[in-house]
Ligand binder design. Structure first.
Ligand code: DGL
Length: 271
């Protein structure tokens, strides 16, 4: 059988946010090579329809396959919610989304069985997190809230401003009322809001970071499929985006934790 373990892992997102997943991969899977595609020309996905998100997601996987990836990680929650099943049907390589791993963690950490979910309108409307919680844990008390203003606030770098805190207070009001003890950050951008979310919710609510959880799932999947790359040094990273690179290059550091040297531009519709 052919050994595919040396091939890179493909990661895609609607734009910048999926870099939070790459950051976790850099930490927990340091020897893997990674090809990242951010669909910056068509972001945001979180306000788009199911059909559109599926179509974009298929095109994104095709881009990654041209780079010979051994596995695809859907870093985007909106894509994972609507497109995971369709992508698994269409493509033969392993495909991992963020929903199931995020829920596994939330179900494991909650003590009072009251879980909150914050995400884009697409993810909340899809019911993906709610369905997965029911599947894994049965009848937990689940409170879900779409937070469409969070993505633009994070993109603007306003993660710790007064206005962001006020918006967070508005969005999180019902979670406080419902006494949740764990909150799923169901959007790639939200890990950057942890400080503000903690200030609003207090220290006792566990913030479940789907980006970190998915990397644990990827690690498991690589092992199961005998795809782990056992090279010594650090893996290499390649970044592709579909629009001009300036904003991406400027903002990437906040999401990744280290600066980006270069990005390449490619057109998902030009395949
Ligand atoms: N990546 C998206 C998600 O996790 C957030 C940004 C967008 O709306 O495209 O749902």
């Amino acid at each position: 059988m052919k050994d595919h373990s040396r091939q890179p892992i493909g990661v895609f997102d609607s734009g910048l946010g999926g870099l939070t997943v790459v950051k976790a991969m850099h930490h927990f899977l340091p020897s893997e090579d990674v090809v990242y595609f951010g669909d910056t020309a068509r972001v945001p996905y979180g306000t788009k329809s199911k059909e559109t998100i599926i179509r974009f997601s298929i095109e994104n996987v095709k881009i990654l396959l041209r780079h010979n990836v051994k596995m695809v990680v859907i870093a985007c929650n909106s894509s994972s919610s609507y497109a995971l099943l369709e992508l698994k049907k269409r493509f033969a390589i392993p495909i991992v989304g963020v929903i199931e791993p995020g829920v596994q963690r939330a179900v494991a950490v909650t003590k009072n069985k009251r879980i909150g979910i914050i995400a884009t309108p697409a993810t909340i409307n899809s019911g993906s997190y709610q369905t997965q919680i029911r599947k894994q844990a049965g009848r937990f008390n689940v409170t879900a809230q779409a937070c469409p203003l969070f993505v633009p606030l994070v993109e603007a770098g306003w993660t710790d401003r007064q206005v962001t805190r006020l918006v967070a207070e508005e969005y999180l009001r019902k979670f406080k009322k419902n006494n949740i003890d764990s909150l799923i950050l169901g959007c790639t951008h939200y890990p950057l809001l942890k400080t503000t979310l903690r200030k609003v919710l207090g220290p006792d609510v566990v913030l479940v970071d789907s980006a970190q959880q998915v990397v644990q799932a990827v690690k498991e999947r690589l092992k199961q499929s005998r795809l782990t790359h056992h090279q010594k040094g650090r893996g290499s990273y390649r970044f592709l985006i579909s629009d001009e690179p300036q904003h991406f290059l400027k903002s990437a550091r906040r999401f990744l934790g280290f600066p980006l040297k270069s990005v390449e531009r490619c057109d998902p519709q030009g395949l």
